[in-house]
Ligand binder design. Structure first.
Ligand SMILES: Nc1ncnc2c1ncn2[C@@H]1O[C@H](COP(=O)(O)OP(=O)(O)OP(=O)(O)O)[C@@H](O)[C@H]1O
Ligand SMILES: [Mg+2]
Length: 158
């Protein structure tokens, strides 16, 4: 596990760029953490870093939003916060978003736990101060090591 402190939204943006550079299809990135810890902020920053020019400002209105990034990269942003238990979860078109050809970001993965495969990257964000967030990232050891090195070089405290 990699742990760090993101001391400002700008630091979150810097981390997002480093993470974005490591992602390619197929990949599932889950984002956990209480309300307002910055999950959506992080996903939007990563999407921009992957070449999406028009990131939807309020993805919470819809369960899923799809984008095309650089070089035709297929990207999906799911926010399962409002997904009910039971029927909704079973009826949701998971296969449209986990098609092996896309990079898929899932906020509130707990709501779809039974349907989701294991994440390639799991991010947990926690509240520290109004501007500062704790980060815990779980990924393959090589990826964690490479990210840790680059975050240190970028001045992100670990
Ligand atoms: N270091 C930081 N990183 C990210 N966001 C931060 C940071 N410091 C403050 N913020 C602020 O925290 C808020 C995070 O909101 P955001 O919608 O991204 O959270 P969320 O985890 O997606 O919430 P929800 O669970 O409601 O979807 C934003 O207003 C953002 O500007
Ligand atoms: Mg959110």
């Amino acid at each position: 596990m990699l742990t760090a402190t993101l001391t400002s939204p700008e630091a979150t943006g810097t981390f997002a760029c480093l993470l974005a550079a490591k992602l390619g299809p197929p990949a599932l990135v889950t984002l956990r953490g209480e309300l307002g810890t910055g999950k959506t902020t992080l996903v939007r920053d990563v999407l921009r870093a992957l070449g999406v020019e028009r990131v939807v400002t309020s993805p919470s209105f819809t369960l899923a939003q799809s984008y095309e990034g650089r070089a035709g990269l297929r990207l999906h942003h799911l926010d399962l916060y409002r997904l009910g238990a039971g029927a909704d979860v079973a009826l949701f078109a998971w296969e449209d978003y986990l098609d092996g050809l896309s990079v898929t970001f899932v906020e509130w993965p707990e709501a779809g736990a039974a349907e989701l495969p294991p994440a390639d990257v799991d991010v947990l964000l926690t509240h520290r101060t109004p501007e500062s967030r704790g980060l815990e990232l779980r990924a393959a050891p090589g990826l964690e090591r490479a990210l840790a090195r680059e975050m240190t070089a970028a001045g992100i405290e670990q």
